[in-house]
Design a protein around this ligand. Structure first.
Ligand code: SF4
Ligand code: SF4
Ligand code: SF4
Ligand code: FES
Length: 1008
C-alpha cells in the first residue's frame, strides 16, 4: 500500500477493445443508487460509491480470488452471504454491506487470522501500513476466543536471501496475493502455495528461498502483500515514508511512473504508480529497487578541473569550472575555427537538459556539431520510420499489445531489457495471442512458463534483412497482401516497384535459407501466421538497428506492416523498444547534427528562422558532425574539444581504443556526469550531474509518452544540470537563461509543432501525454497514422539484402552478438553501484557446447575472445541458447571491455555501430595466441590507424618527426588505452613495447 492508495478491490472490467463501451448497470448498495459498467464486481461498485467492504485477499491489481471470506455481503433475493469480490453486479440488484450477521461473520474470520499472527504490531515494519491491522480495526475485533496458544506458524524462519526484501513467513495469512501477482502481473510463476490446510505456506521455487528461485525481484508480490510478510528492507531499516513525489524511472525506455516515498530527502521506497500510463502499477527490479547509486560514495558532487589528464583533479567552485571551460573553448575556436568543438547529448537526461545542451552548441558554439547516444542505438529507427511513415517514432502505445493477435518480436529481449512491457506482452500471450520470434539467441520468451513461441526463427547474426525479405516474399507471392489497405493508404508506384522486387526468387525463403540458416518452411509458416492471424504487431530492439543494414531492416519491417494492413489501429504497428529512458526525447529535442527539434532539417530556412528569431543567434544551415565523425576528426586534429553530457562514450561506443585515442587527442573534454566514468578519466573539466531523484523535467518513453520527472530532493550538487549549461553558454557570450525547467518546456513547445500543447501544467493535469500533442491532438496521440500516414501515403522501399562485411573467417570463425541482462543496465554505471550486482557480477560469454568442446573451453572458465580489432577475457557459459557458430555476451562491466572487440562497421544510413555482429575467435584461458603482430588484421587495428594518421600528418608537414611522434603515441597507448590487452601479450612474452614501436614505424614507412 502506498501513501495515497485507495484500492477499489477488483480491476475494472475490460471490453473487447479499448474503445468498446460496456453497457451500464444500475443497482443499489446500502440504499444508494450506483451505476457501473457491466462486469464490475459488487466490491468495486461499492468502493466507487464510497463504501469500502472489508477485504484481505482482494486488490484491484489482481483478478478476484475469493479465499478470505471477509468481504461477504447480503443480496436481496439471494441465499447466503456471497463474496463481494467475486460477485458481478446485476441490474436492479440490492446489496447490503453491513448488518449484525455480516459483522459477526467477519469478526469470526479475523479471529482465526489473528490467533495465528505474531502480535508485535508496535515494532512491526508494517505498523501503519498493514491491511490486516486495518481490517481488525474495521471489523471491530476486540477479542480472540481461540486464544494464542494453539498450533501456529510463529516460529518460521525469515528468508533474507533477496538483497531488497525480506520474507517473514510467520506473518503470512496465505491470501495468495503474492502468488497471483507473480503470475498475473509479472508472469514469472516463481511462487506457489505448498502444503494443504493449516500446513499451507508460500514457497519460492524448489530451493525454498527467493534468491535461488526463478524470482526476478520485480517486487510485485511485496507491493500486494497485505501484511509485513513481504517487506522492503529499506522500510524495515527506516520505517514508514512520510511524503511522496510522483516521478519517472530513469532506467529504460519503458518509462515507468513511480511514487517516490520519502522521509525528508531520504528515499524509503519506490512504488510503481497505478496511474502510470506505461506501467499501470508494475515495475522491474531496477526501477523499484536499484536507486541506491544516487547516494553512492563514488558520486561526484563538486566541479573539478585539470590542465592535463595526467594531472590530479582539482575541486573548484562552479564559477571557476565554468570560466575555465568557457575560456578554453573560446581559445580553441580562435585557433582552430568555429567548427573545431562540439558536444554529445544524453538519453539519460531530461528533455529540458538535452534541449539546453543542443541550444548551447548551436547558439554558443555556433555550429551543428551535436549528436546523441541514439547514434549508437536507435538512429536507424528514426531514419527508417520517417522514410516509410513520415515520423521518427513507434506507432503504438504499450497498451496496444493487449489487442494484438500475433506478435512478431525481432531482435529484442523484453524480459531482460524492457521487463514491464514484457509482463504486459506475456499476459496477452497467456490469453491466446501467437508469438513469432526472430533472434540469433534463444531468449526467455521462446519458452517460459505458460508462454511458448509458435515460430522461432533462429537466424545467423547479420541476416535480419534476408529474413524480413523472405517473410514479405511469402506474403506477396501467396496472395496475402491486404490490397485494400495498400491501395487506400500507400504510394502506388513505390508499392509496385517493391512488389516486383520482393517477388523475385532471390528473396524467397528457400534461397535466403543459405544466408539466414532458418529453414524455409519455418519462414513460410511465420509469414502466413503474421499475415492471417488477426492484428499483427511488430516489436523490435537493438538486434534490428545495430547492424550495417539497420536502417534497411527498419524499412523492411515497415514494408511488411503496410503490406498486411497492420497499421493505424489497436493491436498492430511497428514498435521500437527503446533502450534508454529518454532516447526518444533526446532525438525529439534536436540532438542530431542535421535536425532541429521535431526532426526538422537545419537546411530548412523557415525552421531555422524561427529558432534564430527566438535565440538571437545564427544557426548554420549545413549538418554538423556525427559522433564517429567527431572522433575521426579528433584523431585528424581538426576537432579539438567536446562537451559530453551524461554518456560514457569511452565504454559504450564501439572500438573503445579508437574512442579513447580520439578523446586523448582533444585539447578539452568536458564531462557532465554523476561518476568519474571511463570518459571522465580522459576529461579536463568535470561538471557534476544530478540523479533522476533531483531532476525537474520530462522523459519521453518508447511510446512517445512524455512523463514528468519531479524532484524528490534538491540537487545535491547545488545546481540543476541545465543551469550549469546556461552558465557555460553565457560565459561564452551567448544569452541563455531560464528561471525554471518549466520555462524550457515552454520554449520547446513554442519551437516544436509536435510539442505545441505540452507544458508542465498540462502534464500535472493529465498525468502524461503522447506526442503529437497540439491543437489538433490536445490529449496526445496513443496510436499514430490512424486515417493517414504523417507523410500522407505510406512509402514502400525495396530493401535488398547486402551481407555485412563482418563475416566469419578461418581466423575468426564465430560471430559474436551482444545484449542486456535484467539486473544490469547498459554500461552498468548505475546498477553496478547497487545490490543488483548480486545477480550479475560479471559479463559472461555464452558459447554452444559443440564450439566449446572443439576449443577445449569448459563452463565457468576464462576464455580469450579476439576480433580483428581487439581481445578481451570473459568467463564462458556453455549453453544451447546460442546456435553453433554464434557466441553472445553482455557489456555491463568495463573490466570485460566487450566493446574493445566490436568493430567500426556501421549502418550505411546513420552510422549506428554494428554491435550485433563481430567475427571472433575464442580460445581457452588468458591466451595471447590471438595477438599476432604481423597479421594484417591483428587486434591492434587502432595502432594501424594511428600509424596511418601520423603518416598523413607527416605528408602534410614533412618537417615533423614521425618516429618521435610515433613513440609518444605508443607510450600513451601503452600507459592508458591498450594496457590491459598489451600487458597480456607482453606477459606471455610474445610482444614487447619495443616490438610495438618497431612495428608502428614499419607500417608508417610503408604508408609514407
Ligand atoms: S506473503 Fe503476503 S501476499 Fe503472500 S500469501 Fe502471505 S500474506 Fe498473502
Ligand atoms: S519479486 Fe516478482 S518475480 Fe519475485 S516472487 Fe515476487 S512477484 Fe514473483
Ligand atoms: S521497466 Fe524500465 S522504466 Fe520500468 S521500472 Fe524497469 S527499468 Fe524502470
Ligand atoms: S476479499 Fe473477497 S474473499 Fe477475500
Amino acid at each position: 500500500m502506498t501513501l495515497i492508495d485507495h484500492d477499489l478491490g477488483t480491476p475494472a472490467p475490460r471490453g473487447s477493445s479499448r474503445d468498446a463501451q460496456l453497457p451500464d448497470v444500475a443497482l443499489t448498495i446500502d440504499g444508494m443508487s450506483v451505476t457501473v459498467p457491466e462486469g464490475t464486481s459488487v466490491m468495486r461498485a461499492a468502493a466507487l460509491a464510497g463504501v469500502d467492504v472489508p477485504k484481505l485477499c482482494a486488490t484491484e491489481k489482481l483478478d478476484p480470488f475469493g479465499s478470505c471470506r471477509l468481504c461477504l455481503v447480503e443480496i436481496d433475493g439471494r441465499r447466503g452471504t456471497p463474496a463481494s469480490c467475486t460477485t458481478p453486479v446485476a441490474a436492479g440488484m440490492s446489496v447490503t454491506t453491513q448488518s449484525p450477521k455480516l459483522e459477526r461473520l467477519r469478526r469470526g474470520v479475523m479471529e482465526l487470522y489473528i490467533s495465528d499472527h505474531p502480535l508485535d504490531c508496535l515494532t512491526c515494519a508494517a505498523n501503519g501500513d498493514c491491511e490486516l491491522q486495518d481490517m481488525a480495526g474495521s471489523v471491530g475485533l476486540r477479542e480472540v476466543r481461540y486464544g494464542y496458544d494453539g498450533e501456529n506458524h510463529l516460529t518460521l524462519e525469515k528468508d533474507t536471501s533477496n538483497p531488497y526484501f525480506t520474507f517473514d513467513s510467520s506473518k503470512c495469512i496465505v491470501c495468495s496475493r503474492c502468488v497471483r501477482a507473480c503470475e498475473e502481473v509479472q508472469g514469472t510463476f516463481a511462487l506457489t502455495i505448498e502444503g494443504r490446510g493449516f500446513g499451507s505456506r508460500v514457497a519460492a521455487g524448489a530451493n525454498g528461498n527467493f534468491f535461488d528461485s526463478p524470482c526476478v525481484s520485480c517486487g510485485a508480490c511485496v507491493q500486494v502483500c497485505p501484511t509485513a510478510t513481504l517487506t522492503e528492507n529499506t522500510v524495515i531499516e527506516l520505517g514508514q515514508p512520510r511524503r511522496s513525489v510522483e516521478t519517472t524511472c530513469a532506467y529504460c525506455g519503458v518509462g515507468c511512473s513511480f511514487t517516490a516515498e520519502m522521509q525528508g530527502e531520504q528515499v524509503v521506497r519506490m512504488t510503481p504508480s497505478k496511474t502510470g500510463g506505461a506501467n499501470e502499477g508494475h515495475s522491474c527490479v531496477k526501477g523499484r529497487f536499484a536507486w541506491g547509486y544516487a547516494s553512492h560514495p563514488d558520486r561526484q558532487l563538486s566541479p573539478m578541473i585539470r590542465e592535463s589528464i595526467d594531472d590530479e583533479w582539482k575541486k573548484v567552485s562552479w564559477e571557476e569550472a565554468i570560466a575555465y571551460a568557457a575560456t578554453k573553448l573560446k581559445e580553441i575556436q580562435a585557433t582552430y575555427g568555429q567548427n573545431s568543438i562540439g558536444g554529445i547529448t544524453s538519453s539519460r537526461c531530461t528533455n529540458e537538459e538535452v534541449f539546453a545542451v543542443q541550444k548551447m552548441i548551436r547558439g554558443a558554439f555556433g555550429n551543428n556539431n551535436v549528436d546523441t547516444c541514439a547514434r549508437v542505438c536507435h538512429s536507424p529507427t528514426g531514419f527508417g520510420l520517417k522514410n516509410a511513415f513520415g515520423t521518427s517514432a513507434g506507432t503504438q502505445d504499450f497498451k496496444s499489445v493487449e489487442y494484438a493477435d500475433v506478435i512478431l518480436l525481432i531482435g529484442a529481449n523484453p524480459t531482460d531489457a524492457h521487463p514491464v512491457f514484457a509482463s504486459r506482452m506475456k499476459k496477452r500471450l497467456r490469453a491466446g495471442a501467437k508469438l513469432i520470434i526472430v533472434d540469433p539467441r534463444q531468449i526467455d520468451l521462446v519458452r517460459t512458463p505458460h508462454v511458448e513461441a509458435q515460430q522461432f526463427l533462429q537466424l545467423r547474426p547479420g541476416t535480419n534483412v534476408a529474413v524480413i525479405n523472405s517473410l514479405a516474399h511469402v506474403i506477396v507471392t501467396e496472395g496475402l497482401v491486404d490490397e485494400a489497405f495498400v491501395s487506400q493508404r500507400c504510394e502506388p508506384v513505390e508499392f509496385a516497384v517493391w512488389r516486383e522486387f520482393i517477388s523475385r526468387p532471390e528473396n524467397s525463403p528457400e534461397q535466403m535459407e543459405a544466408h539466414t540458416g532458418v529453414p524455409a518452411a519455418t519462414v513460410r509458416a511465420a509469414a502466413r501466421l503474421y499475415a492471417t492471424g488477426g492484428n499483427g504487431a511488430i516489436y523490435y530492439g537493438l538486434g534490428v538497428t545495430e547492424h550495417s543494414q539497420g536502417s534497411t531492416m527498419v524499412m523492411g519491417m515497415a514494408n511488411l506492416a503496410m503490406a498486411t494492413g497492420n497499421l493505424g489501429r489497436d493491436g498492430v504497428g511497428v514498435n521500437p523498444l527503446r533502450g534508454q529512458n529518454n532516447v526518444q526525447g533526446a532525438c525529439d529535442m534536436g540532438s542530431f547534427p542535421h535536425e532541429l527539434s521535431g526532426y526538422r532539417h537545419v537546411s530548412d530556412d523557415s525552421t531555422r528562422e524561427m529558432f534564430q528569431q527566438l535565440w538571437g543567434a545564427p544557426i548554420q544551415d549545413a549538418p554538423g558532425l556525427r559522433i564517429p565523425n567527431m572522433l575521426d576528426a579528433a584523431i585528424d586534429g581538426t576537432f579539438r574539444a567536446i562537451f559530453v553530457q551524461g554518456e560514457d562514450i569511452a565504454q559504450s561506443d564501439p572500438n573503445t581504443v579508437h574512442v579513447q585515442s580520439a578523446l586523448r587527442a582533444m585539447d578539452l573534454v568536458i564531462v557532465q556526469d554523476l561518476f568519474i566514468n571511463e570518459t571522465a578519466k580522459l576529461a579536463h573539466v568535470f561538471l557534476p550531474g544530478t540523479s533522476f531523484l533531483e531532476k525537474d523535467g520530462t522523459f519521453t518513453n518508447a511510446e512517445r509518452r512524455i512523463n514528468r520527472v519531479r524532484p524528490a530532493m534538491r540537487p545535491q550538487t547545488g545546481k540543476h544540470e541545465w543551469q550549469a549549461v546556461c552558465d557555460l553558454a553565457e560565459a561564452m557570450g551567448f544569452a541563455m537563461r531560464w528561471s525554471s525547467s518549466s520555462e524550457i518546456m515552454d520554449e520547446i513547445a513554442r519551437l516544436t509543432p509536435t510539442f505545441a500543447g505540452v507544458s508542465f501544467a498540462h502534464l500535472d493535469r493529465v498525468g502524461s501525454v503522447q506526442w503529437p500533442c497540439n491543437e489538433a491532438n490536445p490529449t496526445g496521440t496513443p496510436i499514430m497514422h490512424r486515417e493517414r500516414f504523417v507523410r500522407g501515403l505510406g512509402k514502400f522501399t525495396p530493401t535488398p539484402y547486402v551481407p555485412t562485411e563482418e563475416r566469419s573467417t578461418r581466423k575468426f570463425p564465430l560471430l559474436l552478438t551482444t545484449g542486456r541482462i535484467l539486473s544490469q543496465y547498459n554500461v552498468g554505471a548505475q546498477t553496478r553501484r547497487t545490490k543488483n550486482v548480486a545477480w550479475h557480477p560479471e559479463d559472461v560469454l555464452e558459447i554452444h557446447p559443440s564450439d566449446a568442446e572443439e576449443r577445449g573451453v569448459r563452463n565457468g572458465e576464462e576464455v580469450t575472445v579476439a576480433s580483428r580489432v581487439g581481445a578481451t577475457v570473459l568467463r564462458a557459459k556453455v549453453t544451447e541458447r546460442v546456435a553453433p557458430g554464434v557466441v553472445y555476451t553482455t557489456f555491463h562491466h568495463p573490466v570485460s571491455g566487450a566493446n574493445v572487440i566490436t568493430t567500426e562497421n556501421s549502418d550505411w544510413a546513420t552510422n549506428c555501430p554494428e554491435y550485433k555482429v563481430t567475427a571472433v575467435q575464442v580460445s581457452p584461458g588468458r591466451s595471447a595466441a590471438t595477438v599476432e603482430l604481423d597479421h594484417p588484421e591483428h587486434r591492434l587495428g587502432a595502432l594501424v590507424r594511428m600509424a596511418n594518421q601520423i603518416a598523413r600528418q607527416w605528408a602534410a608537414d614533412p618537417s615533423a618527426d614521425p618516429v618521435a611522434s610515433t613513440v609518444t603515441h605508443l607510450q600513451s597507448f601503452w600507459e592508458h588505452e591498450m594496457r590491459v590487452d598489451l600487458a597480456r601479450a607482453v606477459d606471455t612474452g610474445s610482444v614487447t613495447v619495443d616490438d610495438l614501436v618497431v612495428e608502428a614505424v614499419r607500417r608508417l614507412t610503408v604508408h609514407a
